[in-house]
Design a protein around this ligand. Structure first.
Ligand SMILES: Cc1cc2nc3c(=O)[nH]c(=O)nc-3n(C[C@H](O)[C@H](O)[C@H](O)COP(=O)(O)OP(=O)(O)OC[C@H]3O[C@@H](n4cnc5c(N)ncnc54)[C@H](O)[C@@H]3O)c2cc1C
Length: 414
């Protein structure tokens, strides 16, 4: 690649900006970012919501003038090798990179939208962008009744943050337990105890089927006052009152531009080991990309893919073979009520796997690893993370652990 080569990146998030940074002066890079804010790291949004971080703390290093903020790409013309933007400008490319991330999933709740409408009622918030986070933050005061729909990583982080702000929080989780994608049953139960002690009321196997709202009403000036959420309706008919409803029902890769351009899209935009889509001039990285059947939706994978693509584009390609993504979460601040957790790989054993488990009810710690033959295939740590780095390295390296007990305990088990 030479500096004359024009690389256009659609998406000024974690993956797009990391790629721009790694390419440096090796190419002429333009990043199109629809958000007009200073770029930020969404992993830290729960900390902003909890009031622990100011929004500025989440800022990502921006690639100076290469980033065109507040500009949305609306169409890719593959024949012309050009991207059309919503401000009427056209960006010509030699190489195009899609780093469009994902959208919050809006569940099919009765009453969420008015017929033919796409506006969320007042009081209902997704939790994906800084705008979502600040709008939610402005609606929260001590005593506000909040219902969080979804008990995955997002829902748990949001519930914890809202409770920290003094809201009265109910978390409704459709599945059997919290964070079921990442944690085993025992770790989920400990997490539930922790959240309950912070004042979060947890309902599992609880399907929310609808939203109750005030109807649109005409004001004296004749304009409609917006609809406002008043609660949620559960599948068993029970109703929970709410001033604030948070939709934390997962994310879906943003693939619309790629689909319209005729690229191969399954769940995400399909890429090969060089992060190349079905058009060799177009690549995809981050939450929007699907590699070897996998869409990660995690920051670590987004950064690794951006780094791998930078190598590809600068002529030193090392094939991208997938990311061994560790999920890490801190629920709480520096107080003694904080809970750290980390999970990686397969935390639920298959028949024939060996499991080593250390649980300390008094200190509320839980450590478990799953072994298949002599290989570490997964693990979960709660409350005590001092050995997470060593465990993750062993897992990532795929080497047999030579002293498993030391890997689980930093004190030799004493
Ligand atoms: C609240 C929250 C907490 C999270 N916590 C964790 C965590 O603890 N650990 C973890 O690993 N991951 C976490 N994640 C996930 C992590 O943030 C994502 O995996 C990561 O941000 C993906 O980076 P990305 O660049 O692919 O997408 P994004 O960071 O979403 O960036 C994509 C950008 O592209 C822009 N864009 C999209 N379409 C267009 C267009 N047509 N034109 C111009 N711009 C466009 C979007 O506006 C967005 O700014 C969390 C996410 C959220 C929301």
């Amino acid at each position: 690649m030479t500096p004359e080569k024009r690389v256009v990146v659609i998406g000024g998030g974690l993956a797009g900006l990391r790629l721009a940074d790694r390419l440096g002066p090796a190419a002429t890079v333009t990043v199109l970012g629809e958000e007009s804010r200073v770029p930020y790291n969404r992993v830290l949004l729960a900390e902003v919501l909890a009031g622990r971080y100011a929004p500025e703390v989440t800022a990502l290093p921006a690639p100076g003038p290469a980033l065109r903020r507040g500009v949305r790409a609306v169409r890719i013309d593959r024949a012309e090798r050009a991207v059309h933007c919503d401000d009427g400008t056209v960006a010509a490319y030699d190489t195009l990179v899609l780093a469009t991330g994902s959208n919050a999933v809006l569940p099919p709740l009765r009453g969420l939208f008015e017929p033919g409408g796409r506006e969320l009622p007042d009081g209902v918030h997704a939790f994906r962008t800084m705008d979502d986070c600040l709008a939610l933050s402005a609606a929260v005061r001590p005593g506000v009744r909040a219902v969080v729909i979804g008990g995955g990583l997002l829902g748990v982080s949001a519930a914890r943050a809202l409770a920290a702000r003094g809201a009265v929080v109910v978390l409704a989780q459709q599945g059997e337990r919290l964070m079921e994608r990442h944690l085993d049953a025992e770790a989920s139960a400990l997490l539930a105890t922790h959240l309950t002690e912070l004042g979060v009321e947890i309902h599992t196997e609880c399907r929310v089927r609808g939203l109750t709202t005030t109807g649109p009403a005409a004001t004296r000036r004749g304009a409609d006052t917006p609809r406002r959420a008043t609660g949620v309706e559960l599948a068993d008919g029970y109703r929970l009152e709410a001033d604030v409803v948070v939709l934390a029902c997962g994310v879906r890769p943003r693939t619309g531009l790629a689909e319209a351009a005729g690229l191969d899209v399954r769940t995400g935009i399909v890429v090969d080991d060089h992060l190349r889509t079905s058009d060799p001039r177009i690549h995809a990285v981050g939450d929007c990309a699907e590699h070897a059947g996998q869409v990660y939706g995690l920051a670590g994978a987004a950064l690794e893919q951006a780094d791998a693509l930078a190598s590809v584009l600068t002529g030193a390609p090392a094939p991208y073979t997938g990311t061994r993504a560790l999920t890490r979460l801190t629920l709480g601040g520096a107080d003694d009520r904080a809970l750290d957790l980390a999970a990686f790989g397969e935390t639920t054993p298959r028949p024939g796997d060996d499991v080593v488990r250390l649980a300390d009810g008094t200190r509320r710690t839980y450590r478990k690893v799953v072994l298949r033959g002599d290989r570490l295939v997964g693990g979960v740590l709660l409350g005590e993370l001092s050995t997470v780095g060593a465990l993750a390295r062993t897992w990532e390296g795929g080497e047999p652990p030579h002293d498993l007990f030391h890997l689980l305990t930093d004190d030799g088990g004493h």
